[in-house]
Ligand binder design. Sequence first.
Ligand SMILES: [Zn+2]
Length: 236
Amino acid sequence: MRKRTLPNYLLNGIIDLLFPNICACCSCRLAEGENRLCIFCRQERFEFAPVVYEPEDEILPELIAFRVSLWEFNEGGVLQELIHMLKYRQLYDLGIDFGLELGKIVQNRFQAGGWGWNYDPFLVPVPLFRKSERKRGYNQARAIAEGVSRRAGWGVVKKRCVVRVRQTRSQTGLNARQRKENVEGAFKIRGLKILEQEMPVIVDDVYTTGATTFELAGVLKNAGARRVAIATLAEA
Ligand SMILES: [Zn+2]
């Protein structure tokens, strides 16, 4: 007989029932009106340090218009823990909250660069493989994109249009070349035609070498995109 385990989202639901109203970051008891994160962790624990990269600042492929990141990522720090939780626990609302913050800086960048006049941005969360998403319960990149969308008023691409067609192993511990190979051919576009004036904004939690986002950008280019922007919560 096939071994059956409880899916993560059910497990998490049970954990939430057993341990309600605890800050996801510092485990203090939440006060009335606080949701998932205490006020301190939400507003003061992490300094929002938006960084914007232009193609000339670093070696970005010409296809990338710019990329932005809300935070610098501290290995082993509390932010890493939080992003891990965002991935593996049911913290969809937290993703949306962070996305709202990220949305501000992406929107500013669009206006500052004059892209707003020429391009129509829309959001493309980096997709998970279907099986992984079912196991996790949701895609954290989509939660973040949902927050960006609420702030900036841009649409989020339909889930079925941008898919991960195969299971890829975690990029952790791989070098730049291995990361590139690991995601090669992992994404497919289905029934999406990108118009000349549209600019996809790829949304993800962490940016490391860019292997994943560049691979996805290349696929979006094949679907008609002229330039692609990248927005992530943190960069390692
Ligand atoms: Zn806290």
